[in-house]
Design a protein around this ligand. Structure first.
Ligand code: GAL
Length: 654
């Protein structure tokens, strides 16, 4: 459980550096990330490197006993590079090129830019790769952020052609797989295929999907080029990238596997994220100063499941930020709470964005651990407290990594892409559906691992699949030999890998373990809400509902008020034939958890718990004071059972 901070020596007078370093160390910070936006200072003119300022910054921080995370500066190419190669700027879906003047103004498919990145990364890594204080390297910064991926450029088209050729080999195979006979879309060569933008009406969904797959692979290969350089020059450092919350432009499982990153790091801004995702207005208002109780936990659990299982929070909100629609000051205690929350979910490091609020440029309204006048900010004071608490507690400073949870929740990037391409109804958003299930699991006190559909499920007792567009035989095999309880949500098995409806109807291959067929589906406008009651809990379908036929020995255990099945089951597999209102999802999961012999409890509103290394952590995100569900003889490591808003307690069983 270590603390870090993001620092930009290039933005401050050199005279401040030594004092900054000393104060960081005094505060209890161990890791400092630097340099990820410093290209114009590292190479002010093409080929002219200026290292001495970075040498000094690194030495100053290292001399204070701090460990460094060095960022490659490729998220902000300097003006000279753009002037020399304007084609590096990415192109939007409407055909307009983005301008220079902020950041991320590059096209991942530009071979010129890839060459320039390898050049700067090689120069940096050759110089600093074996520095004993540089313990990790961060590649680029938040790949795909600001909608600069995908780019609809000439470079992208050319590489898309090559990608298609690799995947389909012949143009006839592509025409067949895409169903291009429809609307006379047939092509005579790969070169004739355009990008799926600027079409008068919908482009072919498989064209859109293959483009998204291609774009995901482009981000991955762009990144791998940097990793390959870093592995050579920095063989002993951890290599990582800082991912984002609720972000699905590329397949993070494949990304992590492809470049074998050592740590999945991510950037956690709970309040701004709560403000910017598709939550009901009432919840946004209720959690405006705390962040929604599951919004960060969701990505902690997701990123723990990406790659090798190690995860860091590379940037943590430390006060009000500047980029959401509204940017309130966090409730007192939240900056401290978010640190313990990340640690409870398994983070090795929580690193704050940023050391000091910068009084100029784009992020002048973004807080840090220090105010612009260098006084510790309110968030900084909370971080100081966390550092002292950890240092003062043997139980915390020697905490083991989290064990695997008993419950798995499947999250799948291709499903996200398919259902974004084909929402079929305004309200259908796959990630929001997954989040609804996640929230329900957490409300009943369960720890959750978020995993890919290709995971090994043998250790789990409950597996929740809110939806999975394509169900493959490998998964069906795992289900067939599993004694866990499995819950599948709507649209599962509704597509083939070529984005078509399975010949034997949805849920496709799942029918082998649960013989049902989806005959028709419907999306529901807000007032159209087929009602139902499950074990005394009333609710309705929202957004999406299916008309399902039960075959063979499948049992219908709940029905909508118009008699269509709502929940169907055979053996250890359940299928939920719609997007149900939240309390109904919770009820279905409670029943499945009971059948899986998992103990559940309905937690107080706004309360969440998480186990790690024999300790239970409890957090109050709600407005009301609550009691933590600690046993009477619990031994408290931090706090006590009564939790005000923003409070944390941690206990071990006596
Ligand atoms: C992140 C980004 C940082 C900073 C921060 C502000 O997305 O990586 O550089 O802009 O947001 O919240």
């Amino acid at each position: 459980m270590q603390l870090g901070v993001c620092y930009y020596p290039e933005q401050w007078p050199r005279a401040m550096w030594a004092d900054d370093a000393r104060r960081m160390a005094e505060l209890g910070i161990t890791h400092v990330r630097i340099a990820e936006f410093a290209w114009s200072r590292l190479e002010p003119r093409a080929g002219e490197f200026v290292w001495e300022w970075l040498d000094e910054a690194i030495d100053t921080l290292a001399n204070a006993g701090l460990k460094l995370v060095l960022g490659t500066p490729t998220a902000s190419p300097p003006k000279w590079l753009i002037d020399a190669y304007p084609e590096v700027l990415p192109v939007r879906a409407d055909g307009v090129r983005w301008n220079f003047g902020s950041r991320r103004h590059y096209d991942v498919s530009s071979e010129i830019y890839r060459r320039e990145c390898v050049r700067i990364v090689t120069a940096m890594a050759a110089r600093y790769g074996r520095h004993p204080s540089i313990v990790a390297w961060q590649t680029d910064n938040e790949l795909g952020c600001h909608d600069t991926v995908p780019s609809y450029s000439d470079a992208a088209v050319a590489r898309f052609h090559a990608w298609l050729q690799r995947h389909y080999e012949t143009i006839d195979a592509l025409n067949e797989a895409w169903g291009n006979v429809f609307w006379s879309m047939e092509y005579s060569s790969f070169d004739a295929i355009g990008l799926p933008n600027l079409t008068p009406t919908d482009a072919n969904p498989i064209h859109l999907l293959d483009f998204r797959r291609f774009v995901s692979d482009e981000v991955t290969s762009f990144h791998r080029e940097q990793i390959e350089v870093l592995r050579v020059h920095a063989p002993n450092a951890d290599l990582l990238h800082n991912f984002m919350g609720f972000f699905t432009t590329f397949d993070h499982y494949r990304f992590a596997a492809d470049s074998a990153i050592d740590v999945a790091a991510w950037d956690s801004y709970p309040i701004a994220r709560t403000e910017s995702i598709a939550l009901p207005e009432e919840q946004k208002a209720r959690f405006a100063r705390t962040g929604h109780p599951d919004v960060s936990a969701f990505d902690h659990d997701r990123y723990r499941g990406i790659g090798a299982g190690r995860f860091w929070v590379m940037e943590q909100q430390a006060g009000p930020v500047n980029w959401a629609s509204w940017n309130p000051v966090p409730a007192s205690g939240m900056v401290r709470l978010w640190a313990y929350e990340a640690f409870a979910h398994g983070a090795e490091l929580v690193s704050y964005f940023r050391w000091r609020q910068c009084p100029y440029a784009q992020e002048q309204m973004h807080s840090g651990l220090n105010l612009p006048n260098n006084e510790l900010s309110p968030g900084g004071v909370e971080v100081q407290r966390v550092a002292r608490e950890i240092a003062g507690s043997v139980a915390l400073s020697t905490l083991a990594a989290p064990a695997g949870a008993a419950t798995a929740l499947v999250f799948d990037y291709e499903t996200q892409w398919m259902f974004e391409i084909q929402r079929h109804g305004k309200g259908f958003d796959y990630q929001t559906l997954v989040f609804d299930y996640y929230e329900a699991l957490r409300e009943i006190g369960l720890d959750v691992d978020i995993v890919s559909s290709h995971a090994d499920f043998s250790g789990y007792r409950l597996v929740v699949v809110p939806s999975l567009a394509v169900i493959d035989h490998a998964l069906v095999k795992q289900i067939a030999r599993s004694d866990a309880q499995w819950v599948f949500g709507p649209r599962s098995g509704s597509k083939t890998g070529a984005f078509a409806i399975p010949g034997d109807l949805p849920p496709g291959a799942l029918q082998r373990v649960l013989p049902i067929q989806v005959l028709e589906v419907e999306t529901l406008r807000p007032m159209l809400a087929p009602a139902l009651i499950i074990e005394g809990v009333q609710g309705s379908a929202l957004h999406w509902r299916e008309h399902v036929r039960a075959n063979g020995e499948t049992r219908v255990v709940a029905r909508f008020d118009d008699a269509w099945p709502a929940v169907l089951t055979l053996g250890n597999v359940r299928y939920v034939a719609g997007w149900l209102s939240h309390e109904l999802h919770r009820k279905v999961l409670q029943t499945a958890a009971r059948d899986a012999d998992l103990e559940t409890q309905l937690l107080a509103d706004g309360l969440r718990i998480r186990q790690r290394g024999g300790l239970t952590f409890a957090f109050n995100f709600g407005a009301q004071a609550v009691e933590a569900p600690a046993p009477r003889d619990a031994v408290f490591v931090i706090g006590g059972p009564s939790l005000e808003r923003g409070d944390v307690c941690i206990w071990k069983e006596a």
